[in-house]
Design a protein around this ligand. Structure first.
Ligand SMILES: [Zn+2]
Ligand SMILES: [Zn+2]
Ligand SMILES: [Zn+2]
Length: 349
């Protein structure tokens, strides 16, 4: 994630909605991938400015005005009341249930990081409201009778399963509860489990449909990830019953990736987005000097940065932030994703 600058010169961050130096109200402009200082023009219209000058007139997203969960802006000439990220929402949590607003806010913040990833990499996507067949949409739902625990290995009535189906990404908002998510992480024996990680994994399934299946790349995909025609339900069942193969670390980024070629793809895709974003953050903060020139350069920088983050975490008494090993077979799959995103991504920085 980049950092941004206020018209007063102060450094701004992605989540800010007010400049702590000059007090200006702020809004994020997805068209410019930038924060802007806002001047109230009245009637719900705001002039947006960056240190480079006037960026035009905008309105605040309806989810900011009504619910205080969004800091993205809508260009005044557009009729939409929701910003580019909120327009993708098909289902939002029931806000009459105590605690749901806080969870939803957390979910929305992570979702905007995902949409930023996609915009920055120039990955092509549309909302379902524009294209029902190939568009993207989100459903943020809670279990019917949430007890603070959830099950995602077998179906029982009223349970919401985080996942992707035909462009619709469903997130069980209990994932926004730190205690419940950590309990699930331990139960599933995962190295890490985050809301943003869920978004990046599930969008991997979306782009598999778009770029691999619809993009006629099944042959090259299968040569690296295996044959996805393998029965998916059966593969997941046997993964949950028997666990991953003993030597999974040699070939997969996570144990779950070993369950089925689709999951391997989504895990690698999510990791790639994570690495790209973390390296942009490191660059924006001046922790690394260079922007990656190519994949091997990117991985060299990432090995250094991720080792540093882990050592910093240990100094602070925390677990490793990046508890993963990138073996050669995993890197082969990630370079495939890197090349694909480089070809399909229109806006590269
Ligand atoms: Zn300022
Ligand atoms: Zn919004
Ligand atoms: Zn998946």
């Amino acid at each position: 994630m980049n950092t941004f600058r206020c018209t007063c010169g102060n450094t701004l961050y992605f989540e800010n909605n007010q400049c702590l130096a000059c007090g200006s109200r702020l809004g994020f402009l997805p068209e410019h991938l930038s924060q802007a200082a806002l001047e109230d023009l009245g009637n719900g219209r705001w002039r947006a400015r960056s240190p480079d000058g006037d960026l035009g007139v905008y309105r605040r997203c309806h989810n900011d005005i009504e619910h205080n969960v969004c800091n993205w802006m809508v260009p005044d000439e557009q009729e939409e009341i929701f910003c580019q990220a909120c327009r993708l929402n098909r289902v939002i949590p029931n806000l009459k249930i105590a605690g749901n607003h806080a969870k939803w806010l957390n979910v929305e913040q992570q979702k905007r990081r995902l949409i930023y990833d996609l915009l920055r990499l120039g990955l092509p996507f549309q909302g379902k409201q524009d294209n029902h067949d190939t568009g993207l949409a989100f459903a943020f739902m809670e279990d019917e009778q949430s007890t603070g625990e959830f099950v995602d290995t077998n179906w029982s009535g009223g349970k919401v399963f985080t996942g992707h189906a035909n462009g619709l990404i469903t997130i069980n908002i209990l994932e926004a509860d730190d205690v419940a998510r950590e309990a699930m992480r331990q139960q599933m024996n995962e190295a890490s489990r985050t809301l943003l990680g869920h978004f990046r994994h599930e969008i991997g399934h979306y782009f598999w449909d778009r770029l691999i299946r619809d993009g006629q790349r099944l042959t090259s995909f299968r040569s690296l990830f295996g044959d996805e025609r393998l029965d998916y339900q059966q593969a997941l069942e046997s993964h949950y019953q028997q666990g991953p193969p003993a030597d999974w670390q040699n070939n997969f980024i996570s144990a779950y990736a070993a369950s089925h070629p689709w999951e391997d793809w989504a895990e690698c895709w999510g990791h790639y987005l994570q690495i790209r974003d973390a390296l942009e953050t490191a660059w924006a903060l001046g922790l690394v000097r260079d922007r990656p020139r190519d994949f091997s350069h990117l991985i060299r920088i990432w090995n250094r940065v991720s080792a540093s983050i882990n050592l910093m975490n240990r100094s602070l008494g925390l677990r490793d932030a990046y508890p993963y090993t990138l073996t050669d077979p995993v890197l082969d799959k990630m370079v495939y994703i890197h090349d694909l995103i480089t070809i399909e991504g229109k806006r590269e920085s």
